[in-house]
Design a protein around this ligand. Structure first.
Ligand code: ATP
Length: 917
């Protein structure tokens, strides 16, 4: 395996010929033997063997999980169900009366119902636990072979780890170095104010809150950076001692499911009370024998309670969640699935989400010199050119390259010829640039060790490092957003190496030119500091800063994002880009991405000056927001929500948390996002890619529609059956379908058919419809109408079959068998109608179905044939064989349902085109 590396602490295999580098003219350009990073990273980094043996000795750095509900608990939950109680009571009573067949069938139904629920819940739990695994916390660790991002579970005592804002501290750590490090320890101490940390050891018996030299597992870094050594892991940590358990993630519950649960509970109570009343009334007035009346009431109860529905909805959600995870979007909070389907605005970051975050410096400007940089991506081949000729590497260019290389935390190495970046891709690109400018990166890292730093912050938009030479001479290298850096500068380094007064107007023009080309512009500067200075503060940069030049970085848009944006527009979803980048760069990239209103860019500064009303108006109008900070994101979410938008917002930093929490769908970046952002979000993108957001919205819409289809399918079956029974009881007719037969239909045919709806693929026009209006309940309008209408169709079908068979054969058992088969045939055809709620169902695509649908229909047909023709069923369910003519009757009834609903769909489309949701 070929490996070239710039990781500090390793022998650099790749070296750069710096013979043509001009000797540095400033006094601080002397050599020093070891780099700060080497010292920094050399704090006993552990070897792979040592890690293995410690992992074996101390165990994984993980808290034991809260007791997962075992199979027995799961089984118990299935039995705690209203309908099961009714069925058990019915079995006991029929058994006591000596009707063993009835009791046996009812008990069989109890067993089947319990098993189906048990398996479904198991599947749903599996889906959730897979997701839990995907979101395992990470840690940045320094080991013998360099810096890595690893699963926090693999940390061992003795590991050196790095902390950044937004990190959740992965173990108990003794701090060795802190820079403005503040940690929020509320989880341990209850104190909401973040605590300032410093490496000094505390008193031996200091309280937890006073141990400032320690960072404790589970607490959150709010600002600053730090480095420390792991002292305790897993249950040995303070948090492990207190709670001992890891909080488990949510269960599969959404507002809709809760609404359905409530609906089912209320309905059950009404049905039981009504059943008891009918039973009592029947005993007194009807003169029906006790068994017949009792079984009629049991039948009515079973017919009316939608027992299979919650299980079907849960499995639909579980499948949706799994499907989204496959598309790289992991759902952290279940209710969000419903909001995802209704999203009307997506606010996305630019860098890495809409663009590839594979940066390359293509241009550098120094003094009056504009330089082009050749090459591809992170490949090291390439040169700096001026007027199409290799550029002269002057001392000034060398100094620009030094700033690019030293004010830089990225690591770049090559494995099997492929670049491997650790840290910020933009900084890696700056290292490649320095290399192309013939700067000796490895040597300079050891000549110029870093003594202190001001880490990059999205608020201040710059980063600075204090580097020393061997004699203690210091220089601060600064890089950041060009306006910010220019504000600090008093002078500029001309191309010939002379210092000149800063020509601000010219630089502003250069910035505008580069940004209009869609380049991300960065300014590099330096300041010489007195000998022996070891601390760096933002105030130190108020005076004496000298501009070294600008670099322009290319970050191409993601092709898949361009397609996804256009899909979103088709789906009536507005896409807005919110970026920290320069307004002109943002505008140029927005045009390449095909954003709607890319000509108008609103900057953070302009946003600050707007009143709430103005912001609401502009937030809807404008699609590109530049030079924004996380606070602007929060204001934008609120403004868009005030305009009735259902807002999805992306974020990665610790300061993005409030906006992520506030958004209807908070989306955190799984790769570059902080733990704080992840925890505030309801969805985590595993690939940070905008296309995955669009895919998640599509899945969200599909899940919601499938839930709707599940309800639209199940409720009319219950409705049709129960109205038929009530009608029969009220009119004093024999029941068209017996209680046991209803059990058969509901527990077998309906469940098999309804289950297919959980697997329904998206409808072809799922991303052509406008988003569902905010707050629109599913259980209203169309669905209520559909349930009512189809219930009536089923009622008509059941009685038509019964009367027709009675008329021709005069046999009640034959008539009931036909009524059951007609009902099941209507269900089968209704399934095809329900699969396309708003578009025509009688199409080639609709008729061909999916393998799942066809498999379910085939199983139901076989089961019905057994039910109708097998002697065992004749004895158990009192069925009789049917003639071909009768089977044709049942099929025709089914076809009629499909045709009538096709006409109904057509009618609805004509009446209200485009708003069928
Ligand atoms: P987005 O918000 O879309 O991800 P962004 O990455 O440009 O875009 P920020 O990370 O807030 O947003 O960066 C804002 C500006 O700060 C950048 O345009 C750049 O000028 C500057 N900047 C970004 N990263 C660094 C860094 N590591 N060091 C110095 N300056 C930086």
């Amino acid at each position: 395996m070929q490996s070239r590396s710039w990781n500090a602490g390793q022998v650099p295999v790749l070296s750069v010929d710096s013979s043509n580098v001009q000797p540095p003219e400033q006094h601080w350009h002397t050599l020093e033997a070891s780099s700060a990073r080497e010292q920094l990273e050399a704090t006993n980094p552990l070897s792979a063997d040592e890690v293995r043996s410690r992992l074996a000795a101390y165990g994984p750095n993980r808290l034991p999980e809260g007791k997962a509900s075992g199979p027995l608990a799961r089984l118990g939950r299935q039995l705690r169900n209203f309908l099961i109680y009714v069925l058990l009571a019915a079995a006991a009573i029929t058994g006591a009366l000596g009707h063993w067949v009835d009791a046996g069938v009812i008990m069989a139904v109890v067993v089947i119902q319990t098993l189906v629920g048990f398996i479904q819940e198991g599947k749903a739990e599996q889906a959730l636990s897979a997701i839990r695994h995907m979101l395992a916390p990470k840690a940045r660790v320094i080991r013998e072979d360099g810096q890595h991002q690893i699963d926090a579970a693999d940390l061992v005592p003795g590991d050196t780890i790095l902390l950044e804002p937004g990190d959740r501290v992965p173990a108990d750590i003794r701090l060795e170095k802190c820079h403005n490090l503040k940690i929020e320890e509320a989880i341990l101490t209850g104190e909401s104010e973040a605590v300032e940390k410093s490496p000094e050891p505390a008193e031996k018996d200091a309280a937890l809150g006073d141990q400032n030299g320690m960072a404790f597992s589970g607490t959150m870094v709010s600002t600053g950076t730090g480095r420390g050594v792991v002292v305790r892991t897993g249950s040995a940590t303070e948090i492990g001692r207190i709670s001992g358990l890891l909080a488990r993630t949510t269960s599969l519950k959404t507002p809709l499911l809760e609404q359905m649960d409530r609906f089912a509970r209320v309905l059950s109570i009404i049905v039981i009370v009504a059943g008891a009343a009918i039973f009592a009334g029947g005993l007194v007035f009807s003169g029906l024998p006790f068994r017949e009346l009792f079984m009629a009431v049991v039948g009515l109860t079973v017919a009316a309670i939608p027992e299979g529905l919650p299980a079907i909805l849960t499995i639909t959600l579980a499948i949706g969640v799994r499907q989204m995870a496959r598309r790289q979007a992991v759902v952290r909070r279940m209710p969000v699935i419903e909001s995802l389907g209704a999203v009307s605005v997506i606010c996305s970051d630019k860098t890495g989400t809409l663009t590839r975050n594979e940066m390359m410096v293509t241009t550098a400007v120094q003094g009056h010199r504009r330089l082009d940089v050749t090459g591809e991506g992170y490949e090291l081949e390439g040169v700096v050119r001026q007027d199409n000729q290799p550029a002269e590497i002057t001392g000034a260019l060398d100094e620009l390259a030094r700033a690019a290389a030293l004010c830089n935390d990225a690591h770049l190495d090559f494995q099997d010829g492929f670049p491997r970046i650790q840290g910020d891709p933009m900084e890696a690109a700056l290292k490649v640039f320095a290399h192309k400018a013939a700067f000796d990166i490895e040597a300079s890292a050891s000549y110029w060790p870093r003594k202190d730093e001001i880490p990059f912050d999205t608020q201040t938009r710059f980063m600075a490092t204090l580097n020393h030479d061997h004699h203690g001479h210091g220089v601060v290298y600064i890089k950041g957003a060009p306006e910010r850096i220019l504000d600090m500068c008093e002078a500029e380094l001309a191309a010939d190496g002379e210092t000149a007064a800063l020509d601000r107007a010219r630089w502003d023009q250069v910035i505008a030119d580069l940004a209009s080309e869609g380049l991300r512009v960065l300014a590099l500067a330096r300041k010489s500091v007195p000998r022996g200075t070891t601390d760096l503060a933002v105030e130190d940069l108020d005076t004496g800063v000298e501009l070294l030049g600008l670099v322009g970085l290319l970050d191409p848009p993601r092709q898949e994002a361009i397609r996804a944006i256009s899909d979103c527009h088709d789906a009536g979803i507005r896409v807005k880009m919110i970026t920290g980048d320069h307004a002109l760069t943002a505008g140029a990239i927005a045009r390449k991405l095909g954003l709607r209103n890319s000509e108008r860019v609103l900057t953070g500064k302009e946003l600050d000056g707007l009143s709430a009303e103005e912001l609401q108006r502009l937030a809807t109008e404008v699609d590109v927001f530049a030079r924004t900070s996380p606070e602007h994101k929060l204001r934008l979410v609120e403004a868009l929500q005030a305009q009735h938008g259902v807002v999805a917002m992306t974020g990665d930093g610790v300061n993005d948390a409030p906006a992520l929490k506030r958004a209807d769908v908070g989306i955190a970046m799984g790769v570059k996002g902080s733990e704080a952002a992840r925890e505030a979000s309801s969805v985590v993108l595993l690939d940070d890619n905008f296309a995955s957001i669009a895919a998640a919205v599509r899945e969200g819409r599909t899940v919601y529609t499938n839930l709707k289809k599940g309800i639209a399918f199940m409720l009319p079956i219950n409705g049709g059956e129960s109205i038929s029974l009530i009608t029969a009881l009220l009119l004093g007719l024999a029941l068209p379908i017996s209680a046991l037969q209803i059990l058969w239909v509901n527990m077998v045919s309906s469940v098999v058919l309804a289950m297919t709806l959980a697997f329904e693929p998206p409808e072809p026009d799922v991303m052509k419809q406008p988003p569902r209006p905010r707050g629109q309940s599913l259980l209203q309008g169309f669905l209520v109408w559909r349930v009512f209408f189809v219930s009536l169709l089923f009622l008509v079908g059941i009685f038509a079959a019964w009367f027709w068979a009675m008329h021709h054969h005069g046999n009640q058992s034959v008539a009931r068998t036909l009524a059951v088969n007609t009902l099941v045939a209507m269900e089968v055809f209704y399934l095809f109608a329900v699969r396309y709620l708003d578009t025509p169902s009688i199409t080639l695509r609709g008729v061909l179905g999916t393998p799942v649908v066809l498999g379910a229909v085939a199983s139901v047909v076989v089961l019905q044939l057994l039910f109708t023709y097998l002697p065992w069923f004749h004895n158990t369910f009192e069925t009789r064989p049917l003639s071909l003519e009768m089977l044709v009757f049942a099929c025709l009834a089914g076809v009629s349902v499909l045709v009538i609903l096709e006409i109904e769909t057509w009618g609805r489309r004509c009446l209200r085109p485009g708003e069928l949701n």
